[in-house]
Design a protein around this ligand. Structure first.
Ligand code: NAD
Ligand code: IPM
Ligand code: MN
Length: 372
């Protein structure tokens, strides 16, 4: 079945790294490893500044109904200092499509990339799961007495039993299936309402998964342990803001923003699955638009490319995903690295190398099969 992919490059380095991810997906398709079709959308700061809207209702309806998933770059532009278009687009797509799981895998793709220069690095392998629809990202709040000495700003964190239960159950199920430990991070000691609910839900579900080594931890203790003994973690679940932050910590443990992919998705799948909209996922690098290096050809496209691999895997082309991931590892091992990883390759050169590698890999594979 053809996967229909909507492509939104966004701002800053987003379009450039997304273009390389598209070229890699195109190489995968050309090699007969996956069947997909990509359609470009222009949304981002330029579109917002030119039209005054982030995304029309018609476009949203097209994304929702005509596509299986979205491949996304990143959004955020100095010309929109309050970032309203970025929130509207990215947080808007996550919530309106109910992509309630944000999966941010932490994998070490070359041993020297970790700042942990001892045995701890060898065992780095975590799945960070971030609740993606509520928490401190609810948007609820107000400012009273703006600009006065008595100014007060409120931001309301929201946790619903429905949302906390479904993602906690999802995390437990993942841990059970993969036989990995599971930890959920909260700050229930200091913020009892929202994170108290998280802790209660965790306690209620825990007996359903007796085979899973699971624990609820305070976020401050968890981040310390993530650095000190990362190997003890398998599945790490957190609410929206905490998940955002710990996923960047995870990223820092394996080489930084240039190599960290993510998937936002609804596990029930698209319309062919358990109902709901057809579009069931948005794949994107964890990183942002990197204004400090935008336009210089220096951005590392690997995080975007690896997000493309997550896309392939979730939509039924696990073999193709493996080929892409292996090619990235071979590039890193062979010194094909952008400046963030100490190399001198450009964004384009890195993409060129990966595309060539994928085509050659397939040619070799076919030749070997033909000979046997
Ligand atoms: P950032 O991830 O854009 O940059 C942090 C640092 O990492 C910078 O030094 C940058 O040069 C570097 N970096 C990031 N991606 C890189 C890559 N692929 N290759 C090489 N180096 C890379 O985070 P920030 O500076 O906090 O945010 C910049 C803008 O991006 C802001 O507008 C922010 O809101 C937005 N942002 C968007 C997303 C998203 O769209 N998912 C995520 C994070 C930040
Ligand atoms: C991310 C980003 C976004 C988030 C910003 C740009 C709103 O940091 O995707 O991690 O906080 O979710
Ligand atoms: Mn983030």
């Amino acid at each position: 079945m053809t996967i229909r992919v909507a492509v939104i490059g966004g701002d800053g380095i987003g379009p450039g790294v997304t273009e390389q991810a598209c070229r890699v997906l195109e190489a995968v398709r050309g090699a007969g490893l996956a069947d997909l079709e990509m359609t470009r959308f222009p949304h981002g700061a330029d579109h917002y500044l030119a039209t005054g809207e982030t995304m029309s209702d018609e476009t949203f309806a097209r994304l929702r109904d005509d596509f299986d998933c979205i491949l996304f770059g990143s959004v955020g532009d100095p010309r929109v200092p309050k970032g309203e278009h970025a929130r509207d687009l990215l947080l808007g797509l996550r919530t309106r499509l109910d992509l309630y799981v944000n999966w941010r895998p932490v994998r070490l793709r070359a041993a020297d990339l970790s700042p942990l220069k001892d045995a701890r690095a060898a065992d780095l392998h975590m799945e960070i799961l971030r609740e993606n629809t509520e928490g401190l990202y609810s948007g609820a709040g107000r400012v009273e007495g703006a600009g006065t000495p008595r100014e007060v700003a409120y931001s309301t964190g929201v946790a619903t039993r429905h949302a906390v239960e479904r993602i906690t159950r999802f995390a437990f199920q993942w841990a059970e299936r993969e036989e990995r430990p599971m930890a959920v991070a909260d700050k229930a000691n200091a913020v009892p309402h929202m994170w108290g609910l998280w802790r209660r839900v965790f306690g209620e579900l825990q007996p359903d998964f007796p085979g899973v080594a699971s624990e609820a931890m305070h976020i401050d203790a968890l981040v310390m342990e993530m650095v000190r003994s990362p190997a003890r973690f398998g599945i790490v679940l957190a609410s929206n803001l905490l998940g955002d932050i710990i996923s960047d910590l995870g990223t820092g443990l394996v080489g930084g923003p240039g190599v960290a992919p993510s998937a936002n998705f609804r596990p029930e799948g698209g319309a062919a699955g358990a109902g709901g909209p057809r579009c069931s996922a948005l794949y994107e690098p964890v990183h942002g638009t990197a204004p400090d290096i935008a336009g210089q050809g220096k951005a590392n496209p690997m995080a975007a490319v690896l997000s493309g691999a997550l896309l392939l895997r979730r939509h039924g082309f696990g073999g193709a995903a493996q080929v892409v991931e292996t090619s990235v590892e071979e590039a890193l091992a062979g010194g094909v690295r952008t400046p963030d990883l100490g190399g001198s390759s450009t964004t384009q050169e890195t993409g060129d190398w990966l595309c060539r590698r994928i085509s050659n890999h397939t040619a070799t594979h076919i030749a070997t099969r033909g000979a046997s």
